[in-house]
Design a protein around this ligand. Structure first.
Ligand code: URA
Length: 242
């Protein structure tokens, strides 16, 4: 791979900006300063340093973000901040994107990665990946028999759409509101809000706490993120035959 392309991919700027870094003598390959932006390097073997800091080669990057409300699950938006805004200082910033979408007002677990294959499979209906949410809903849900939805899902009249089976666990109730855990296997737009609305209990607060075998790290405050561990990456990949 060309040195300038490698550095640009890593977020050191456009090709032009990277060329300027190289021309200024700030880049070394195997501890030898280089001035040639088109120098061919092997990122898996060569040690590249920018300003004496090594640039570690990693094919793909995987993070979990505890998404706050108010951020759009996209890489760019005209009107709102996006979940990528938290990653602006990451070397792979330009290649990162969110896996699936959470609504602007939904909080919680969002995987941010460069790995297109994993992202595509985790979001594809064929793999039936479970997504678990913590929800606070309006009203008391104690009189609802949720067990039948585990077999047949529910028909959303407005959308004329039969959902896949889903699970609800009631955690707490009072007359005004209820706390539930709801696990769905589909990524349809507003699915949890639509299900609860169909049942007459609009969602007041929504937070995703699990995707497949990956749980939100509760030590992350909203707006904080961390790298996934090797184990977490392996476990996620194993869900989708990777
Ligand atoms: N279902 C919703 O209604 N909203 C989300 O953000 C995710 C699932």
């Amino acid at each position: 791979m060309r040195l300038d392309k490698f550095l640009s991919n890593f977020g050191f700027g456009s090709r032009k900006e990277v060329k300027s870094l190289i021309k200024q003598g700030l880049v070394s390959v195997n501890d030898k300063p280089v001035k040639n932006p088109s120098l061919k390097i092997n990122p898996e073997v060569d040690i590249i340093k920018v300003d004496n800091e090594p640039v570690f080669y990693q094919k793909e990057f995987y993070f979990m973000l505890n998404k706050p409300s108010g951020y759009i699950s996209a890489t760019k938006d005209e009107s709102y901040p996006t979940v990528l805004d938290f990653f602006i200082n990451e070397p792979a910033y330009k290649k990162l994107f969110p896996v699936g979408r959470l609504d602007i007002d939904t909080e919680g677990l969002l995987i941010i990665t460069t790995d297109g294959t994993l992202a595509h499979r985790l979001s594809h209906p064929k793999w039936n990946i479970e997504k678990e949410y913590f929800a606070i809903v309006n009203g008391n849900v104690n009189n609802i028999d949720f067990s039948k939805f585990e077999k047949e899902g529910i028909f959303l009249k407005k959308d004329k759409y039969q959902t896949k089976p889903f699970k609800v666990k009631v955690l707490k109730t009072n007359q005004e509101k209820s706390e539930v855990s709801i696990t769905v296997k589909e990524g349809k737009y507003h699915i949890v809000k639509k299900i609860m609305l169909e049942l007459g209990h609009p969602v007041l607060y929504l937070k995703r706490i699990r995707v497949g075998n990956l749980r939100l790290d509760e030590t992350l405050n909203t707006g904080e993120y961390r790298h996934l561990t090797e184990e977490e990456i392996k476990n996620l990949k194993s869900l989708v035959n990777l």
